[in-house]
Design a binder for this molecule. Structure first.
Ligand code: CP
Ligand code: NVA
Length: 310
């Protein structure tokens, strides 16, 4: 397996290996400090990023390499050079390429032409690095993943999709409470349902918040307006998603020891109230910290050809 573009690139064993490597690198941050010596990892960000950009830079540095951030205005892409030509050229200097942009098709084109691993650092459809960090965080908190239920409330966008696919690959139970008209992608739902059931887990999509949250160990949400969402949709999205806000009342439906999770950045008062996000049950900042070992594990596994892929 050369690239990580989406969670469905991974087998269940691949995901387990990434979680083990990530847990190991938390204990021993200096694992493989020479893997990337004298090499660069270009990080192309067409959208803003705090966590992904800096945790990836830190992970590359821990592996001995030099991260180089580039934006859309700095490359000849802006002047019409093709993605394929850019990929071939970058690949002749770089050990791997990390990309955050809007269209998944652009990332697929880059990966197809690049001779080195390409890692999706968020697209409109997927956020695989986030999902690996999320499962690491749940496993670290509860000691294991099996038998735990995640309730995701709100917009079934990139973060929800990767989370659902990863939870299914890990054999967990996941329930998404979404507004009418906001279903997860059919392809993602089919994958998650098949993979979860094969492992004794389950996937539920409902409009009923209480049904999703009842018995959950984790209550998760993401912003109501993603970076790729058109501004003219804001009013409609805020109205449709308002009943799916995570607040203390909603947390009460979950298990007594349930935790709250959010990929961040958060909008207090929209998808989550400040008391939940900043409260004692919130793992949001632990998740953010775990982006570093998760990305270090992904880089290490791809660069040492440890993942079987599909
Ligand atoms: N969660 C996440 O990807 O955050 P950034 O947009 O800050 O990278
Ligand atoms: N769904 C959000 C996640 C940000 C990390 C977005 O795409 O903007």
């Amino acid at each position: 397996m050369k690239d990580l573009l989406r969670i469905t690139d991974l087998t269940g064993d691949d995901l387990t290996l990434l979680l083990e490597l990530a847990a190991d690198s938390q204990g021993t941050p200096g694992t493989a400090p020479s893997l990337l010596t004298h090499q660069i990892v270009p990080m192309y960000f067409a959208e803003p990023s705090t966590r992904t950009r800096l945790s990836t830079a830190a992970a590359v540095t821990r592996l001995g390499g030099t991260p180089v951030t580039v934006g859309p205005d700095e490359l000849q892409l802006r002047r019409g050079e093709t993605i394929a030509d850019t990929a071939r050229v970058m690949g002749s200097y770089a050990a791997a390429i990390v990309i955050r942009t809007f269209a998944d098709a652009d990332v697929a084109d880059l990966a197809a032409a690049a001779p080195v691993p390409v890692i999706n650092a968020l697209t409109d459809g997927h956020h695989p690095l986030q999902a690996v960090a999320d499962l690491l965080t749940i496993s670290e908190h509860f000691g294991h993943l099996l038998g735990h239920r995640i309730a995701y409330l709100g917009d079934p966008g990139n973060v929800a999709r990767s989370l659902m696919e990863a939870a299914a690959l890990a054999g967990m139970d996941i329930a998404l409470a979404v507004p009418p008209g906001y279903s997860p992608a059919e392809e993602a739902l089919a994958f998650a349902t098949t993979e979860a059931e094969r492992r004794g887990g389950s996937v539920l999509v409902t409009h009923d918040v209480a049904e999703a949250v009842k018995g959950a160990s984790v209550v998760y949400t993401d912003v109501w307006m993603s970076m790729g969402d058109p501004e003219q949709e804001r009013g409609r999205r805020m109205k449709a998603l308002a009943p799916y806000q995570v607040n203390e009342h909603r947390m009460d439906y979950a298990r007594d020891d349930a935790v709250f999770m959010h990929c961040l950045p958060a909008h207090r008062g929209q998808e989550v109230t400040a008391d939940v996000l900043d409260g004692g049950r919130s793992l949001a900042f632990r998740q953010a910290a775990n982006r570093l070992p998760a990305t270090q594990a992904v880089l290490y596994a791809l660069l040492t050809d440890r993942l079987a892929g599909r």
